[in-house]
Design a protein around this ligand. Structure first.
Ligand code: XMP
Length: 522
């Protein structure tokens, strides 16, 4: 397939927090999906010849002044039987309104899981059970569907929980098939994407890579590109992708702050410079960082110092490269980093969440390249695997920008950070041996506490510091539970840490959830 983006699904974003999740669900089916603002020009939305259109949910009420509406061109095409359409929640209401049906506030808001009962068979609910559990969140509902539409399913409070005009391939659902709380949601979307819209599954990590490579080449031409490698998954995948696209036109800069986990700086150099052959400028700024952080114990001050110094060190490299003719700055921004400023991701403003780099100085004028900005983390990992990056990078757990500084409570000295680094490496190694690093723990690490307590080693009393071990399970890092690690894994980690790491005589395991605790200590 020459253009894997062609023949996919165009999604119009009416402002739902789940719009990108719809796109991701469609991509999981192997079909390209792209999100547009409802007022985007027809030529933009149809530029890749989508076979179907999905209208997202949204917070508005169709009759409100300024509420986003189904664009006229799409309404026309749909009514002529020339566009397969699936309206979700507000999208269904916008469609109903545009086609002459009636939407009205419902007496009771329907929120949460609801039981759906099919009342007619249809391609949309093809091969699904007669009774389904779905997830609803709406105040308005359809009172009268547009001409040509028949009810397909009802729920307690929605006489038209699903409706359709089978002939013209137009469907609306009041519930959200894209969320995990609708267990058969993926099957419903698959019915629409394949059964109704007639898409074919040819979107894959490999197709994404081919397409991204072509786009990068087109954007960059013969110019050169700079990319800051952090050692994390996103920048690593971005680097491998750019290197595939433009080879030696890419230069990576890696700043070693001295605050990374054990072996990471060496691994970055080994994988990117030695194995991938990417031109890499590795700056060892360890001494600068430890000089600047000497005697600092306040967590906020640590962050500020690290952020500022990082910008200084990186900008010095960037300035030299700009003077040398480098025009572009590539970033591994991924979708969760993109904080929406408007209704559409096309207009969204880019901010690297939790990014500790406060922005580059104004004398630098790079043009940005962000090839991963539509992807979720697990999609980035699949692309990384397809690019042949090692598992130890692709499956690396998230690590805060200020690195071990946030996990070394109290004074930041080289000795204390080394102590922490060793303990952390032992814990990670034991988890790895037990197969607990992928999935069973979303994040697992050691924390050094500025607390001394009495212990005994051989014939001697000790008065040393304590290590706290933290391992959590979470999907989104907004809430988290502590991982129920096997006792014997904790026992091995604890015994090795007190025996192998000098100056530590006690190990504790953190059994607090988030909230009220956070994942990191600090
Ligand atoms: P908390 O501690 O707030 O952390 O529960 C949530 C997630 O964010 C990560 N984190 C950071 N990531 N720079 C980052 O890049 C930071 O300053 C930072 N602080 C926390 C944390 O590791 C967890 O995954």
């Amino acid at each position: 397939m020459s253009n894997p983006r062609a023949g996919g699904i165009a999604i119009l974003d009416f402002g739902s927090q789940y719009t990108q999740v719809i796109a991701r669900r469609v991509r999981e089916l192997g079909v390209y999906a792209e999100v547009f603002a409802p007022d985007a020009p027809e030529a933009t939305v149809t530029g890749r010849d989508p076979r179907g259109f999905i209208l997202s949910g949204g917070p508005s009420s169709v009759y409100e002044a300024g509420a986003p509406q189904l664009p006229g061109w799409l309404a026309q095409r749909a009514l002529a039987g020339d566009a397969a359409l699936l309206g979700i929640c507000y999208g269904m209401q916008a469609m109903t309104h545009a086609f002459g049906g009636v939407v009205a506030p419902s007496n009771a808001r329907e929120y949460g899981q609801a039981a759906l009962r099919q009342t007619a068979s249809s391609p949309l609910l093809h091969e699904l059970p007669a009774e389904l559990t779905v997830w609803m969140s709406h105040g308005d509902r359809i009172e009268r569907p547009p001409d040509g539409f028949a009810p397909l399913a009802v729920s307690g409070n929605s006489p038209y929980a699903a409706m359709g005009d089978v002939e013209r391939r137009l469907y609306g659902v009041q519930f959200h098939p894209e969320v995990a709380h609708t267990p058969q949601g993926a099957a419903i979307l698959a019915n629409f994407v394949f059964g109704v819209a007639g898409c074919e599954a040819h979107w894959s990590p490999a197709a994404f890579i081919d397409d991204a490579v072509a786009r990068i080449r087109q954007q960059v031409g013969a110019e050169r590109v700079l990319l800051a490698l952090s050692g994390g998954v996103d920048s690593a995948v971005a680097a491998a992708l750019l290197h595939l696209a433009i080879g030696a036109q890419l230069t990576c800069v890696f700043v070693n702050t001295g605050l990374m986990r054990k072996g990471e700086p060496e691994q970055v150099t080994r994988v990117f410079r030695d194995q991938q052959g990417i031109p890499l400028v590795a700056v060892d700024a360890t001494e600068d960082f430890f000089d600047a952080l000497r005697g600092v114990s306040d967590p906020e001050r640590k962050r500020v110092i690290i952020g500022k110094l990082f910008v200084d060190v990186f900008s010095a490299q960037a300035r030299a490269l700009e003077a040398d003719g480098v025009r572009f700055l590539a970033q591994g921004t991924i979708y969760p980093d993109v904080i929406e400023s408007g209704a559409s991701s096309a207009q969204a403003k880019v901010i690297k969440k939790h990014h500790n780099v406060g922005g580059l100085p104004p004398d630098l004028h790079f043009e940005l390249i962000e090839p991963l900005r539509d992807l979720f983390k697990d999609e980035v990992r699949k692309v990384g695997e397809a690019l042949g990056l090692p598992e130890s990078i692709v499956w690396r757990q998230p690590f805060p920008g200020p690195g071990l500084a946030v996990r070394c409570l109290g004074d930041l000295t080289w000795e204390r950070v080394e102590k922490l680094r060793e303990a952390d490496a032992i814990f990670t190694e034991e988890l790895g041996k037990a197969g607990l690093l992928r999935g069973d723990t979303a994040q697992a690490f050691a924390v050094l506490l500025p607390v001394r307590s009495v212990g005994v080693m051989g014939d001697n009393r000790t008065y040393d510091e304590a290590i706290a071990l933290r391992a959590v399970t979470t999907d989104d890092f907004m809430t988290a539970d502590w991982a129920r690690l096997p006792w014997d894994v904790l026992a091995r980690a604890s015994s090795r840490i007190v025996n192998e790491v000098g100056g530590v005589n006690r190990v504790v395991y953190d059994v607090t959830t988030k909230p009220p605790a956070t994942i990191e200590w600090e």
